[in-house]
Write a protein that binds this ligand. Structure first.
Ligand SMILES: NC(=O)c1ccc[n+]([C@@H]2O[C@H](COP(=O)([O-])OP(=O)(O)OC[C@H]3O[C@@H](n4cnc5c(N)ncnc54)[C@H](OP(=O)(O)O)[C@@H]3O)[C@@H](O)[C@H]2O)c1
Length: 278
């Protein structure tokens, strides 16, 4: 397996495949299984983990800490500040709390989870201070449409490295403007809910393409995202068989005929639509 990377605006790189953690840490009884799934991912060579202070009310970050124990080097950790905390002081305090729970001295990419009421300039000032202090390496945003991105940049956020958005075959709206706008500027797109939380896996078109390659619908959906320039894909799997299956997408190369069939069943946008959010 060869791990693809995307190049960020400052020339640094970030892995194009990672493990999501939403809904982890919500039940104490599943803690060990969730740690084991992330550990397996690390063992198999998945270098990126996406988490947030929101997930499991902080417990997801503790699960990440447990899974990466002794193996922080070489991993790329993404976390997010809640919009309610995103004042200048609040962002710095939230990051310190995340660092403690993650048991690490830096976060590789720190995102504003979605836009809230604190002025962008305040959050950006905090991100820059955290970067200067070596507590984060890159910063960015999440759930930002093109107009939000433009406003962010106007307010001093030119260093934005990534925008994490809802994007998958059944949610192609972002292809109209926020994706091309970002790609032009080398701002990576992190596609969240890349298999639509499992809901799209029963689709006939995915089954047909998967059958042609002897793979699975999840692998087809992920491979379709992975072939796109500047795209980072972060499926979440707490079951070990899902971790292995999803990772198999890296070995799947879709042919032109597959892409044409997928376009027919999941058509690209014909105009602007508001960015979706889960
Ligand atoms: N920035 C944001 O606002 C935002 C919003 C949503 C998500 N995210 C991030 O993106 C990550 C991924 O999105 P997501 O968790 O919403 O959805 P997802 O990755 O599309 O789907 C996760 C669900 O699909 C199941 N699954 C995984 N692989 C499967 C397979 N091969 N076959 C069948 N089912 C499979 C998982 O089950 P098991 O867990 O039982 O294995 C889980 O229930 C999140 O975990 C989070 O890190 C960010």
């Amino acid at each position: 397996m060869k791990m693809p990377h995307v190049t960020l605006p400052d020339g640094d790189t970030m892995p194009a495949y990672g493990q999501g953690t939403w809904h982890m840490g919500e039940s104490r009884g599943r803690f060990a299984d969730e740690v084991a799934a992330l550990k397996l991912g690390i063992d198999l060579g998945i270098p990126l983990i996406d988490t947030a202070e929101m997930y499991g009310n902080g417990v997801a970050e503790e699960i990440v800490a447990e899974a990466m124990q002794g193996r922080r080097d070489g991993l790329f950790i993404v976390s997010k500040v809640l919009p309610y905390n995103a004042s200048r002081r609040g962002t710095i305090d939230a990051c310190e709390r995340s660092l403690k729970r993650l048991k690490t001295d830096h976060i590789d990419l720190y995102l504003l989870h979605w836009r809230g009421s604190h002025p962008f300039a305040e959050t950006i000032a905090a991100f820059e201070k955290l970067k200067q202090d070596g507590k984060i390496r890159h910063h960015g945003v999440s759930n930002f449409d093109r107009n939000d991105m433009e406003e962010w940049v106007r307010n001093g956020g030119e260093a934005v490295a990534s925008n994490q958005i809802l994007y998958n075959l059944s949610r192609r709206g972002p292809e109209w403007d926020v994706i091309p706008w970002s790609r032009q500027r080398k701002i990576s797109i992190m596609a969240y809910s890349p298999i639509e939380q499992g809901r799209m896996l029963g689709h006939k078109a995915l089954a047909e393409v998967a059958a042609r390659h002897g793979t699975t619908p999840a692998q087809v959906a992920l491979a379709w995202l992975l072939r796109q320039e500047g795209m980072v894909v972060i499926p979440k799997a707490s079951r070990q068989e899902h971790v292995r299956e999803d990772l198999g997408a890296l070995d799947l190369e879709l042919a032109d005929a597959d892409l044409a069939d997928l376009d027919r069943s999941f058509p690209p946008p014909k105009g602007r639509t508001a960015l979706g959010m889960l």
